[in-house]
Ligand binder design. Structure first.
Ligand SMILES: [Zn+2]
Length: 270
């Protein structure tokens, strides 16, 4: 089970929709954040939030730094296309975007980019926005991340971090949609399911794990076939080095094969 840091974004009454006066980004994202927290906790994950009090701010970089020692950091927002009250323009813009870290080439950023895009595409489907979902990066002139929360996240050991803009609150249709608690509940449920599925799929195979070997799998980095009787059995992992996994004893204790296979050919039993 994962350890997740959620950031509800802004505090107090911040970023009002220019066309739907009841809508404040800070208030609705706070509700979404709480729904998401409750759902993830019910699934068995540990969830912390960057702030405990909706009315008290914490600087952006400090919020990002709270990702430390967590498996994932997500900052929740809705967007405004240019702060103007041009309704004709506002009604045309409704894309969901994940702002993802971009510094250098490393697996933290690449994984965040991939997952951020997946997230945005999934959320587009829930909200029903017309424009394609996207993942984007934004840098300052000096090459630093534009967004403070991502600068804070960058300083931590947290492997995944991104910002999600849940469409545009400058678009009246989206703002009204986000004002409905039932919609936010559906949104939180979709996001929680996605996060849960991500971490379940990543459950790691390690020394002592019980695994099954894929039918037809060969020995690691070779074409040498295994005996067909190994496939129906369950095996205990003896050693893991990158993708090379040595399985040895059968779970029933009857056999020992000490054979290297690729981790891609294994499924985790427990
Ligand atoms: Zn925002």
């Amino acid at each position: 089970m994962a350890n997740i840091m959620l950031d509800a974004g802004h505090y107090g009454k911040y970023n009002r929709s220019p066309h739907v006066k009841e809508y404040y980004e800070s208030e609705r994202m706070w509700v979404l954040c709480r729904f998401l927290q409750v759902m993830l906790e019910k699934m068995g994950h540990t969830v912390h939030t960057t702030r405990d009090d909706q009315k008290i701010d914490l600087a952006v970089v400090e919020r990002g730094k709270k990702a430390k020692n967590h498996d994932m950091f997500i900052s929740l927002h809705s967007n405004d296309f240019d702060g103007s009250d041009d309704l004709v323009k506002a009604e045309k813009i409704d894309y969901v975007v994940a702002y993802v870290p971009s510094y250098a080439k490393n697996s933290r950023c690449e994984n965040s980019q991939k997952l951020g895009l997946k997230f945005a595409e999934y959320i587009k489907g829930v909200i029903g926005s017309k424009q394609s979902a996207r993942a984007d990066t934004k840098l300052k002139d000096n090459g630093d991340e534009w967004y403070g929360v991502l600068r804070g996240w960058q300083k931590t050991n947290c492997p995944l971090g991104f910002i999600i803009e849940h469409g545009f609150h400058s678009n009246p249709k989206t703002a009204n949609w986000l004002l409905d608690d039932e919609n936010l509940l559906n949104l939180a449920s979709a996001e929680a399911n996605m996060i849960d599925a991500y971490f379940k799929g990543k459950a790691k195979i390690k020394v002592g794990s019980t695994v099954r070997i894929r039918e037809g799998a060969t020995m690691y980095n070779s074409k040498r076939k295994l005996f067909s009787w190994v496939y129906p059995l369950e095996w205990i992992v003896l050693q893991v080095k990158g993708k090379r996994v040595v399985v040895d004893r059968s779970a029933d204790g009857m056999h020992s094969i000490e054979t290297p296979v690729s981790i891609d050919d294994l499924t985790l039993v427990k």
